[in-house]
Design a protein around this ligand. Structure first.
Ligand code: PEP
Ligand code: MG
Length: 563
């Protein structure tokens, strides 16, 4: 039995296909004919591009985006010119020059604090490997033509591996390297393929044709196990499928408690493709569209038109259901290298989100124009992040008003009645939520930040992660305050932090009167099922008791025993 990192849930049982990655040896030599080296480089870029285009033809939406990102890397002027300059200045062969430049780029991305940017290093490695294989005339494995169902066993699964993977044939994958937030893990979860990563040297322990059974929830892998193990895994897999089928029956049903308290379950998304997944998983709306992803992984700000297309796409996919689009929430752990923002000692307490938008009116106005123009295609709700006081709402609304007037002057249509709300994720906002409620149409509680600011626990710091606890009585009391303030002013109150999809806390939140729960696509149907089996009146009494308790531990135990 091998133990790795549980990266993507689900059970896989089947025959192994071991992908042996070539160990590429890069020779470094002086060359005379520099033009020839540069031509070979151009040719390798061309061939790689054709290969990627071919993968793209068969790929799904999400994978297409990855392949587009790979083409962008291939076309990156800095990468191309750096390689050619190196050949020229050092009189070396293209393989050595390319390897040097790639290592530099990869190190730069890997050193970034931000997980998302770190992941871009995986894409550069992947494109780099392809270029080198093509330069060396080596064959690149093709995962789109698998004959039989297999469990893939690889050193690492690259973005182009996942992009060309036949979802019907790949039962799961296990790898030597990678962790929960590595690219391969993110892709596995989004493709709903079970995966265990970080098994160190599993490629040496398994041969193609061996029988593999593993559980992506526990991170446990068996190679050629006894029949009894295979049997129990197959039974569990069957049960898992039955649960999934059962949940799919709830796709069109309402999120309503046993005693008829109706809430709304929305989905958190980062791009228009996610909206399709949200819709397929029965989302009653989009509770949070994190627009910052539109601004990342590129070298310039997105244009008004580009943004308009993305917002319009989401509104159309959701067909009239509410779509909460959050204005740019950059800063903190989310960097935009091209904005050259100065390094700060406390980035989470610094120049970020609405603070940047109120300072850089040009950026904010472009986004608001795009949002308003898109508003005619569905049920748009605009949400400002990181609000800490009344003045910020008023300032943001003044800019919104300017944009309305500009569009009026230009005779550009926009919806007249869209709602404007705020995230409540800073304790000061929660404390004065009664005052803020008079200024907006809704609240959405951002527990990811609210917990870190309330308890002074950095959400990114592993060392103190045991202190990052949503059951903390201070956090729960603040949440209750916000819900009550919103209701007293007659506005709805949602939640789009991770807590909203946490099955341990959903009963308390229901009891506190939360109106909308927004979560990742995979959590929607289990949450709906849970709510359909709860009594609102009972949860209300439970929440009242919880709010009198003294410790997180006591609350967690009490809820587990009484729901
Ligand atoms: C939050 O803070 O809870 C939230 C939803 O926003 P983000 O995770 O993007 O900071
Ligand atoms: Mg936040």
């Amino acid at each position: 039995m091998f133990k790795g990192i549980a990266a993507s849930p689900g059970i896989a049982v089947g025959k192994a296909l071991v992908l042996k990655k070539e160990n590429i040896i890069i020779e470094r030599k002086k060359v005379d004919d520099l033009e020839n080296e540069k031509n070979r480089f151009q040719e390798a870029v061309k061939v790689s591009r054709t290969q990627i285009e071919r993968i793209k033809e068969k790929a799904g939406e999400e994978q297409k985006n990855i392949m587009d990102a790979h083409i962008m890397i291939l076309e990156d002027p800095e990468l191309l010119s750096n390689v050619e300059d190196k050949i020229q200045s050092e009189n070396i062969n293209v393989e050595a020059a390319l390897d040097d430049v790639l290592n530099l780029f990869i190190a730069m991305f890997e050193s970034m604090d931000n997980e998302y940017m770190k992941e871009r290093a995986a894409d550069i490695k992947d494109v780099g490997q392809r270029l080198l294989m093509n330069l060396l005339g080596k064959e690149i494995p093709n995962l789109s033509v698998l004959k039989d169902e297999v469990v893939l066993v690889a050193h690492d699964i690259t973005p182009s591996d996942t992009a060309q993977m036949d979802r019907e044939k790949v039962l799961g994958f296990i790898t030597d390297i990678g962790g929960r937030t590595s690219h391969s893990a993110i892709m596995a979860r989004s493709m709903e393929i079970p995966a265990v990563l970080g098994l160190k040297n599993i490629t040496e322990q398994v041969k193609t044709g061996d029988y593999v059974a593993f559980d992506g929830d526990e991170g446990v892998v068996f190679v050629n196990p006894e029949d009894s193990v295979v049997k129990s895994y197959l039974e569990r897999k069957e049960k898992e499928l039955a649960v999934k089928r059962e949940l799919m029956r709830l796709v069109d049903s309402q999120s309503v408690s046993l005693d008829e308290r109706r809430v709304e379950i929305g989905c958190n998304i980062g791009n228009p493709q996610d909206a399709t997944k949200a819709h397929e998983n029965g989302a009653e709306g989009i509770g949070l569209y994190r627009t910052e992803f539109l601004y990342m992984d590129r070298t310039t700000l997105p244009s008004e038109d580009e943004q308009y297309q993305a917002y319009k796409a989401v509104l159309e996919i959701m067909g009239g259901r509410p779509v909460v689009i959050r204005t740019l929430d950059i800063g903190g752990d989310k960097e935009l290298p091209y904005m050259n923002l100065p390094k700060e000692a406390n980035p989470f307490l610094g120049y970020r989100a609405i603070r940047i938008c109120l300072d850089r009116k040009d950026i904010f106005k472009t986004q608001l124009r795009a949002l308003l123009r898109a508003s005619v295609y569905g049920n748009l709700k605009i949400m400002y992040p990181m609000i800490s006081c009344v003045e910020e709402i008023r300032s943001a609304n003044r800019i919104l008003e300017e944009v309305r007037q500009e569009l009026d002057r230009e005779n550009i249509a926009y919806a007249s009645d869209f709602e404007v709300g705020i995230m409540i994720e800073i304790p000061s906002a929660a404390v004065i939520s009664d005052l803020l409620a008079d200024e907006v149409d809704f609240f959405s509680i951002g527990t990811n930040d609210l917990i870190q600011y309330t308890t002074a626990v950095d959400r990114m710091n592993e060392k103190i992660s045991h202190l990052y606890n949503p059951f903390n009585p201070a956090v729960l009391r603040l949440i209750k305050t916000v819900i009550d303030s919103g209701h007293a002013a007659g506005i709805w109150v949602g939640m789009c932090g991770e807590v909203a999809g946490d099955k341990r806390l959903i009963p308390i939140l229901l009891g506190m009167g939360l109106d909308e729960f927004s979560m990742s696509a995979g959590s929607i149907l289990p949450a709906r099922k849970q709510i359909q089996n709860l009594s609102y009146e009972k949860m209300k009494a439970l929440a009242d008791q919880v709010l009198k308790m003294k410790s997180a531990e006591e609350i967690e135990k009490f809820v587990a025993q009484n729901v």
